[in-house]
Design a protein around this ligand. Structure first.
Ligand SMILES: Cc1cc2nc3c(=O)[nH]c(=O)nc-3n(C[C@H](O)[C@H](O)[C@H](O)COP(=O)(O)OP(=O)(O)OC[C@H]3O[C@@H](n4cnc5c(N)ncnc54)[C@H](O)[C@@H]3O)c2cc1C
Length: 237
């Protein structure tokens, strides 16, 4: 994840909330120092889930992730995204050939299904060396067959939009993800695991890694919003 831009800090949430009672005078709240002093107001907005004041900022991130994680990201309808790889936007389907970069889990990534596995609360065990080698071997083998098929079709001048059907879920794609703080908090709330959260979520490790990096950025640039999100059980407003 690479942050590309951001705009509208905590003071925009504060001023947007105050416009209802202060009209044009709310513009005086457009100062980060006011937001820091008015954390009580921002906390009340967060606690009572008055979400719209948190929609006046914006951030954009470059994300490089396997296709199966892009499918999860795309479920967040309030986080617009724009793929520039893998034919998910028509333009790149015509002009870009796909690089053979594939996802292989790290040895330390838990991936063995325990006896007490629960679908709604999935947790996995660390794997042994032999099983990990099998995972690595099988994924590498499947990827190489799939990518060879893709290349064969490209070399025969088959349209990329047809040849891409051979590409596996484990191939990496890059794209841009943007959202306002409210949408980003919803993403963070659902895509991170925190035992202290009011609603504990069980996301896949690879999307959690992305969400944690976005969380760090949000904490840095919307410190009061983030502080009150934490204080109120990581429930998105
Ligand atoms: C751990 C986990 C497991 C999951 N497993 C599955 C699964 O097995 N199968 C599956 O299909 N999905 C699954 N999902 C995806 C999940 O159902 C959501 O689609 C996804 O998390 C996006 O959340 P969202 O709708 O809140 O986000 P957004 O689309 O960004 O929406 C934000 C908020 O806007 C409001 N909103 C948006 N659209 C509408 C609408 N049309 N009507 C009313 N209100 C709306 C809602 O309040 C929503 O919370 C899973 C998600 C998680 C975190």
């Amino acid at each position: 994840v690479i942050p590309l831009q951001h705009t509208g800090g905590d003071e925009f949430a504060l001023a947007a909330a105050r416009v209802s009672s202060q009209g044009i005078e709310a513009l005086e709240s457009l100062d980060p120092e006011h937001a820091a002093k008015a954390r009580g107001t921002i906390n009340a907005l967060m606690r009572q889930r008055h979400g719209s004041p948190f929609e006046h900022g914006y951030a954009t991130f470059y994300v490089h992730a396997p296709l199966f994680i892009w499918e999860e990201i795309k479920r967040h309808r309030h986080m617009p995204f724009d793929h520039d790889d893998l034919s998910l936007s028509q333009e790149s389907a015509r002009y870009k050939e796909i690089e053979p970069t594939f996802w292989i889990p790290e040895r330390s990534r838990p991936m063995l299904v325990p006896d007490e596995y629960k679908a709604m609360r999935p947790r996995f065990l660390e794997t042994d060396d032999g099983t990990y080698e099998t995972v690595r071997y099988e994924l590498t083998y499947a990827y190489s067959i799939a990518y060879d098929a893709y290349r064969n079709m490209i070399e025969r001048n088959v349209a990329r939009e047809v040849a891409r059907a051979a590409l596996p879920h484990g191939i990496y794609a890059s794209g841009w993800v943007s959202g306002n703080p409210r949408a980003l908090l919803n993403f963070i709330s659902l895509r991170t695991h925190d035992e202290q959260a009011t609603y504990v979520s069980y996301p896949q490790a690879e999307i959690e890694d992305i969400a944690r990096q976005i969380e760090e950025f949000l904490a840095q640039h919307w410190p009061v919003t983030y502080e009150t999100f934490q204080k109120n059980g990581r429930v998105a407003p």
